[in-house]
Design a protein around this ligand. Structure first.
Ligand SMILES: [Zn+2]
Length: 202
């Protein structure tokens, strides 16, 4: 049965459509999305008028955008900042990003076969774990320097999961130390060996 809209309800929508999402209106008036869309048309509320709202960017929002625009889609950022409530967050993020000059690089993060994350910057693959380490130490890495993933997960680029080795032999030494520890765990029975598969297991 069609919802009978009261004047009061019409007033409520006119006064609140900028701050209350359509979904919330559906729930409030117990009507379908189609019904709300129809109501919007009748009241001449366009998506454009909703998008015209200016989002108040806090300093921490801006910092988040600056730190993450290369690694995340705009749509992920607006979800994480919680400004997706009205369904226009993506445009807010995109507009802000462009106004801050955060453009020119492909932001799409890909993953190679080994699990390393990278993005393409003017035809060149930039590995995000190396870039994060460069940000930390404040200089470009040398080609023989290796960034090791401490937990073995090559897509975990949390800075606390990254360790800079000055060359391949230091990197090898680090991996050897892990093997030594693993053997101790075999000796104390934490890690076991499967004679059928020829593999260790926990
Ligand atoms: Zn390593």
């Amino acid at each position: 049965m069609a919802h009978k809209w009261t004047d009061e309800e019409n007033e409520y929508i006119k006064n609140n459509y900028k701050t209350v999402s359509k979904k919330e209106l559906c729930e409030k008036f117990n009507v379908s999305m189609a019904s709300i869309n129809h109501k919007y048309q009748r009241l001449e509320i366009t998506e454009k008028s909703i998008m015209g709202i200016s989002y108040e960017w806090s300093d921490s929002d801006i910092k988040y955008l600056i730190d993450n625009w290369l690694y995340k889609e705009d749509s992920e950022i607006w979800k994480e900042l919680g400004i997706d409530k009205f369904g226009f967050g993506k445009y807010v993020v995109t507009r802000k990003r462009i106004s801050l000059g955060l453009v020119g690089k492909s932001k799409r993060i890909r993953q190679n076969k080994e699990g390393y994350k990278y993005y393409i910057n003017y035809d060149k693959a930039v590995y995000t774990h190396r870039e994060k380490m460069e940000d930390k130490i404040g200089r470009k890495l040398l080609s023989n320097e290796i960034v090791h993933h401490i937990d073995g997960n090559k897509s975990n680029d949390d800075i606390n999961n990254l360790f800079l080795c000055k060359d391949n032999s230091e990197h090898q030494h680090l991996h050897n130390s892990l093997e030594c520890v693993a053997y101790k765990l075999v000796q104390n029975g934490t890690i076991k060996f499967n004679y059928e598969t020829g593999e260790y297991y926990l």
